[in-house]
Design a protein around this ligand. Structure first.
Ligand code: CDP
Ligand code: MG
Length: 893
């Protein structure tokens, strides 16, 4: 769902930059490589279990020793004044019984694993134990990471409330938002936030304890954090600045952490918290609905509500859209209202009219002119953010507030027991999600419709019935197109049991599984770690930005495949984010070098944008020729999936099918119109995206502007998905912040009244896109190949043997430019390229030097001193090969 790209500075600047860069980062650079490499060496020597104390003894001065003693064994007890009500509730939590054991283990060991059933009180209580034991009484604070934003926010609020402390003291930080102050002692944050902090201060000196929560979720950032902390903690202890690591996990399989020799040399002790769990009766469906499990969930929920005794219902679905749809169905009695909006097509006419026709001489995008990080470190506000792994956000969704009304189910046969329906998913606004923890209105039955956030991160009180669709939405990666997408698949047995367990927190409960026991038997036992099923170029870039050169040596709890790592490094090299290894030496050495390419200044700039590397490169280059606002718009549009409504959907009736055909024809016509003529046409589908995204309407008498794409009417008229457009708007604002943070002198802002790009800028944008999507280059087949009917109008790509095509819906369908770049390849009746933009052959060697190779007789010193016999070299993940593309003669300075 998210995406990428990059670039850079003049050669002279670059040197200076590098110098400055390394000055700013010396401390952390040394520490990281020392740390990761030193551990490697230790590993080689095998078994040298040096107790941390001994190390301290040898390396520290007396003064440090005193400090060590003091801080590692805080004897102080910091009183907390809890209300009696809270205190009473706490005492019921199983984790309270283990306080002694946990604190002893923490005192004696640098790392401890705490394993306990969801709801046993780990997240809310363990930080309090540590606080009371004085771990936050010195200069260091207690940090807790959560894989989900929703948990970071709500847990910080909950803990503040329990401890009777202000949110100045118990705070949270997520993305660009948070309430951390100088007084903060307990800080909840997303794992991405902590990863960024490690980039600034490898030793995490602000913290005396780090708690990695929800480690069983095996989110990529959690995995990396555990790997990093397994090095940081011993290092801190060696340097006399003791630090503790707690890894907290719900279900089993902690062996990945404890018995992983690369991670911890001495396996950390595991403290098990026995949860009081009431029996849950499991009811399987006889048959398994293949498609409409939301409908099935609806019927089941209605039935439970009508026929079974009181007790909350928790429904597990896979995504936000489903959650809302089920909530809506369950509250059908309430009408759906939407704001009125101005006419979208009028907006488009204005946008078109504003287009200036200007001819300017040869604009060009310069690879060496990229947005770079400010050279001084320590800008606390710059929390360049790691994008949420979750599905599209639709915080703006207009139906969120309908949930406040009890008595809103038409299905409810007994009006004396209304159904109080609440949605719950990770991107829900905090005020909205906090509602699930409050008691429902008197006499109403609580019904929470949730994604798998309710599986382990949040425990909802009073749930007696669980309805489980058995599915989960996961991100998948398609190795052919290189594009990741969310897909709904069966969950694992461990997850299904976890979901069932939610019904037995306060009394015996029931779990209704909307699938048969045979299907359950086919589920995998556990969910795979996320890192093994996604591309890793963004991770590799983040880690290189942490100066971890040999990513392959990194102590991952579960390693990504070597193949994925090699592919990632190669892509990053070709994007200019990493330095290409020398092509000399023995094969083995070369292989090794290819897995430890150093990061470039451009790579650092790219690492600071919250999109995948290809798009980060576009953002980094985008400041040239005032293209940044357009680059941001197009990157935002490309990273949000499915912005157009699905016109190929099956029609229910003859009538509908006819309507669909008409609509398809009209929208295709419209898109062609939008793509324009001449220069802008060559930007192709991406021009269409820019136009949709930047169209505005003048709303109200005062003439205030707003984006047309954010009105339901405009979307309806133009075949756009409203939610996708809202997501794009949000992302544009976010990317604008990120670019401004990295490159404040550019001062870009999202202006509703943006004028369309000039012809000159369109040419630049095409170059920017080429620089980012360079590995998605395709060339129209040459006359001789085209004789084979299979290849008619086909395109050749470096990676595939079969032709790919421009889709009839594409703006460039009739144009058939010789060279194009595409966003992704979709296989339907044929292999179609999506998001196609035309590029000029002479740009290729200049903007994609890594892909260009000139076996020219001229032996030119740099690739763009052209030759007519040059070939563009492309590589597969592991081998280089020539596709023998003849380049036309090019004149360049
Ligand atoms: O982390 P773990 O799953 O072990 O448990 P927890 O999140 O610390 O939750 C402990 C208890 O606090 C549960 O019974 C929750 O229902 C309750 N809680 C609450 O009432 N309100 C919150 N905002 C958070 C937790
Ligand atoms: Mg928890």
């Amino acid at each position: 769902d998210t995406s990428t790209d990059d670039e850079d500075e003049g050669d002279d600047d670059r040197e200076e930059n590098e110098a400055m860069e390394s000055r700013g980062r010396t401390e952390s650079k040394e520490t990281v490589s020392q740390c990761v490499d030193a551990e490697d060496k230790q590993e080689d020597k095998k078994e040298q279990p040096v107790a941390e104390e001994e190390v301290n003894e040898k390396n520290s001065t007396d003064e440090e020793k005193v400090q060590v003693k003091r801080e590692s064994q805080p004897a102080i007890f910091i009183p907390v004044h809890r209300s009696s009500e809270i205190q009473e509730a706490r005492l019921k939590l199983p984790v309270l019984a283990e306080e002694q054991v946990i604190m002893e283990a923490v005192k004696e060991n640098p790392a401890v694993v705490i394993c306990g059933e969801t709801g046993s009180g780990k997240t809310t209580q363990v930080p309090q134990f540590l606080y009371e034991a004085g771990y936050a009484s010195g200069s260091g604070i207690i940090g807790i990471t959560e894989p989900r934003r929703v948990a970071a926010v709500s847990m910080s609020q909950r803990v503040a409330k329990e401890m009777n402390l202000s949110t100045r003291v118990v705070s949270y930080q997520i993305r660009y938002e948070g309430n951390v102050t100088e007084d903060t002692k307990i800080k909840f944050m997303t794992d991405g936030v902590l990863l960024k902090e490690i980039q600034k201060d490898f030793l995490l000196q602000r913290y005396s304890v780090i708690i990695i929560d929800e480690a069983h979720e095996r989110s990529v950032y959690t995995d990396i954090l555990i790997g990093l902390l397994s090095r940081i903690v011993p290092l801190r202890n060696k340097r006399g600045m003791p630090m503790k690591l707690l890894v907290m996990s719900a279900t089993l399989r902690v062996e990945d952490f404890t018995e992983n020799q690369r991670l911890f040399r001495t396996p950390p002790p595991v403290v098990k918290v026995d949860a009081r769990q009431f029996p849950v009766t499991i009811h399987f469906n006889k048959r398994t609905p293949l498609e409409d499990y939301t409908g099935e969930a609806f019927h089941k929920t209605c039935k439970i509500h009508r026929m079974l005794p009181s007790g909350g219902i928790l429904v597990f679905l896979t995504g936000q859209a489903e959650v809302h749809s089920l909530c809506r169905r369950l509250r059908k009695a309430f009408p759906f209202r939407r704001g009125h909006s101005a006419d979208g097509s009028e907006a488009m006419r204005k946008f078109k009219k504003a287009k200036q026709k200007k001819t300017v001489s040869l604009p060009r995008i310069d690879l060496d002119n990229y947005s770079a990080l400010p050279l001084d470190e320590g800008d606390e506000d710059r929390e360049a953010e790691v994008r949420e792994e979750e599905e599209d956000n639709d915080d703006e969704g207009s139906d969120l507030d309908l949930g406040d009304h009890p008595a809103n189910s038409v299905e409810n046969a007994d009006p004396s027991l209304p159904l109080y329906v609440l949605p719950l998913y990770s991107l829900l606004a905090p005020e909205q999600q906090a509602k699930v923890f409050r008691s429902p209105p008197p006499g109403a039955r609580l019904c929470v419709v949730a994604t798998n956030v309710a599986e382990t991160s949040l425990t909802i009180p009073g749930i007696k019935y669980v309805v489980d669709c058995g599915r989960v939405k996961k991100r998948f990666y398609d190795r052919v197109t290189g594009v990741s997408s969310f897909k709904v698949t069966w969950t694992s047995q461990a997850s299904a049991n976890q979901r069932a367990g939610r019904a037995g927190r306060t009394e015996p409960g029931h779990c209704y599984r909307l699938y048969s026991s045979a299907v359950f038997g086919d589920f995998s036992l556990f969910s795979e770690a996320e890192i093994t099923r996604r591309p890793v170029e963004d991770l590799v870039l983040q880690m290189k930005d942490l100066n971890i050169e040999k990513v392959v040596n990194f102590p991952f709890p579960t390693s990504p495949s070597a193949e994925a790592l090699v592919a990632a490094e190669q892509l990053l090299v070709s994007l200019g984010a990493l330095k290409e290894p020398p092509r000399t030496g023995r094969v083995q050495e070369m292989e090794r070098a290819r897995l430890s390419c150093p990061i470039t200044p451009l790579g650092r700039a790219m690492a600071s944008f919250p999109v995948a590397p290809r798009y980060a490169k576009m953002l980094a280059l985008g400041k040239q020729q005032d293209c940044l606002p357009y680059t941001i718009a197009v990157v935002a549009a490309m990273t949000v999936r499915e912005i157009f409504e699905d016109l190929d959907r099956p029609a229910g009736s003859e009538d509908e099918s006819q309507k669909l055909t008409q609509r398809r024809a009209r929208l295709t016509q419209m898109k062609k119109l939008w793509a324009g003529q001449g220069a802008s046409l060559l930007l192709g589908d991406l021009m269409v995206l820019i136009e949709h995204v930047c169209a505005y309407v003048t709303a109200g008498a005062v003439g205030a502007c707003e984006f047309a794409g954010c009105t339901p009417k405009f979307c309806e008229e133009n075949g756009l998905r409203y939610k996708a457009m809202l997501e794009i708007r949000r992302l544009r604002a976010q990317l604008t912040n990120a670019v401004n943070a990295v490159c404040p002198e550019v001062g870009v802002f999202v202006d509703p009244k943006m004028t369309p790009p000039t012809e000159h800028q369109v040419v630049c944008l095409r170059q920017i896109i080429l620089a980012g999507l360079g590995d998605h280059l395709a060339r129209r087949v040459q006359a001789e190949d085209a004789l084979d009917p299979k290849w008619k109008n086909g395109y050749k790509t470096p990676l595939m043997d079969d032709p790919v095509f421009i889709h009839p819906n594409s703006a460039l369908f009739k144009t058939l430019p010789e060279f194009v770049v595409y966003q992704e390849i979709m296989e339907t009746t044929k292999m179609y390229m999506r998001g196609v933009s035309a590029v000029e052959a002479e740009w290729i060697p200049r903007l994609l030097p890594q892909y260009s190779h000139f076996g020219s007789p001229l032996e030119s010193p740099s690739p763009w001193f052209c030759s007519t016999t040059g070939t563009i070299r492309c590589h597969r993940p592991s081998t280089f090969f020539r596709v023998g593309w003849q380049l036309p003669a090019v004149e360049m300075e």
